[in-house]
Write a protein of this length. Sequence first.
Length: 122
Amino acid sequence: MTEDEFYIDDSIEECTTTGSFTDHDIEDGSTLIQRSYYRLADGDRTEFEPTGSFFDALESAFIWAYLGTVRENSVPEHVEAAIDDARALTAEEFEDQEADLRTEVLPAFYRHLAGFHCAYRG
């Protein structure tokens, strides 16, 4: 992803991790973390694995959590880009190590995602 693909909005002063998705009527990002976890748990993924398969499941869980929370019927392009970039950073951060899914991996993924979303929304 390059800056040419998305407008990077440096003027946003009040974009926090918790409020990153207020432009999608999601007041508290912890809702997305919680719903993503329960979607993973429904698929018998309650333990973190540093594998591509795990990150596929994480991405899918977040997308469905997002779609189940908003009134939109698709994921906007800037949200998809934020998901992709957060996935890559989270995979790098937790590469070859044990970590707790609920207390470490999901919060880190969302923290990265919220940061990218703040930067990419326009």
